[in-house]
Design a binder for this molecule. Structure first.
Ligand SMILES: C[S@@+](CC[C@H](N)C(=O)[O-])C[C@H]1O[C@@H](n2cnc3c(N)ncnc32)[C@H](O)[C@@H]1O
Ligand code: SF4
Length: 378
């Protein structure tokens, strides 16, 4: 019998310094003791899954935080543990996130030796004024230097950039994009800046407001980037993601395809056996809970068929190809066009979605106004 395939996400909640826009769970400048304890807890949490379930891992994503901030010895040991306790599918994808200032030859070599075959580098911008305004600790020179060594170790790598940053304009964004393309990354993520509550960017919004590009400018930058990337051989495959053929991120596709994954570490989420699980976000609580129970789940939610259907629609529409009507029918035993007739008519009337070759997808206008589309299905 074929084993069920699982994606594994591991959260590394450590950063040298918090960036002004970021609300991901991470702790600044953690000491070695805390990192050591955290990694022991990760192993204990993994043991729970090993003892209770049978599966084969086909993707691993080590995200953060900044996994490259901590010593590579922790990552190496974690992989040894994973390989000796779990079945890993041939043809796996293993990604690790890295920040420019902590990328070194030694670290990349260690990751590669540990089986990591995809690196995701958070560049955000190659303009020093923009980088400073968002509290990044690297400048463009450091970013370029790190990018020059990444291809020596990884054929498959991604660069993250953000569009809509304070002080960013069309020209500076295009310069960032063109300089990045010099390194021939096979994958680029372009995120629209989100001003998240509780972040310094949100709290000091008045200070930044007049330096932020307008929504129209931000969209113009995004669509021009898409055109340039298309001409360079990239396929736009998810709202914020572009890849050369064959370099789409398999792990993230699991999220958008509503496939199962297990999240390990503080603040990690899992989708497994029809439930969503949420781990506690507080690192001390995470470590204590794991010591006591081997798990640190704070919330568990059964996903009803109705909710599962909505998730399938919203996540599926994030993919540029959309979702297939046949797959909807197979998964839910219902006809999407009949069941959501009212929403479809409304969204089509506003030019936000289209149905083509038996797939439902966002139009370009729908990509710009995706929140309006999601509202129809929540
Ligand atoms: C898990 S985060 C951090 C990865 C890595 N530590 C870094 O800083 O590059 C992954 C990506 O999310 C994006 N991101 C984080 N917060 C964001 C926000 N508020 N708006 C838009 N993009 C954001 C950034 O591009 C970032 O590289
Ligand atoms: S963007 Fe990356 S480096 Fe900055 S605080 Fe968030 S996780 Fe840390």
């Amino acid at each position: 019998m074929e084993l069920r395939k699982i994606g594994l996400y591991i959260h590394i909640p450590f950063c040298k310094k918090k960036c002004y826009y970021c609300d991901f769970v991470s702790y600044e400048n953690a000491n070695d003791n805390l990192v050591f304890e955290y990694f022991s807890s990760l192993e204990s949490e993994l043991i729970f899954y090993k003892e209770n379930y049978e599966f084969e891992i086909d993707t691993i994503y080590i995200g953060g935080g900044t996994p490259s901030f901590i010593s590579a010895k922790y990552i190496l040991k974690l992989f040894e543990f994973i390989y000796s306790n779990f079945k890993i599918k041939d043809n796996y994808e293993i990604t690790i996130e890295a920040n420019p200032e902590s990328i070194t030859h030694e670290k990349l070599q260690s990751y590669s030796l540990a089986g990591v075959n995809r690196l995701s580098v958070g560049i955000q911008s190659l303009n020093d004024t923009e980088l400073k305004a968002i509290g990044r600790i690297h400048n463009s020179e450091v970013a370029l230097k790190s990018l020059s060594i990444v291809p020596l170790y990884f054929e498959n790598f991604n660069v993250d950039v953000i569009v809509g940053l304070p002080y960013q304009n069309f020209e500076s964004f295009m310069q960032t994009l063109n300089k990045l393309l010099d390194f021939s990354p096979p994958h680029i993520s372009i995120y629209s800046l989100k001003i998240e509550e509780g972040t310094p960017l949100f709290e000091n919004y008045e200070k930044y407001e007049s330096f932020l590009p307008s929504e129209d400018e931000e969209r113009k930058m995004f669509w021009c980037a898409k055109r340039i990337l298309f001409e360079t051989g990239f396929c736009h495959y998810e709202i914020s993601n572009f890849a050369k053929k064959g370099f789409e991120c398999k792990h993230n596709l699991k999220y958008w395809n509503c496939n199962e994954y297990i999240g390990i570490g503080c603040a990690a989420h899992s989708y497994f056996d029809g439930y969503r699980y949420y781990n506690t976000s507080n690192i001390s609580e995470y470590i204590n809970k794991i010591k006591k129970n081997g798990l640190a789940v704070e919330g568990k939610e059964f996903i009803s068929v109705e909710e599962s259907e909505k998730e399938f629609i919203i996540l599926g529409l994030r993919k540029i190809e959309g979702f297939s009507l046949n797959e909807f029918r197979e998964r839910f035993g219902a006809d999407f066009e009949r069941k959501y007739k009212y929403q479809i008519e409304k969204l089509k009337k506003y030019g936000l979605i289209e149905i083509e070759k038996n797939c439902v997808k966002l139009t370009e206008r729908g990509i710009d106004l995706a929140n309006l589309v999601w509202q129809e299905f929540v």
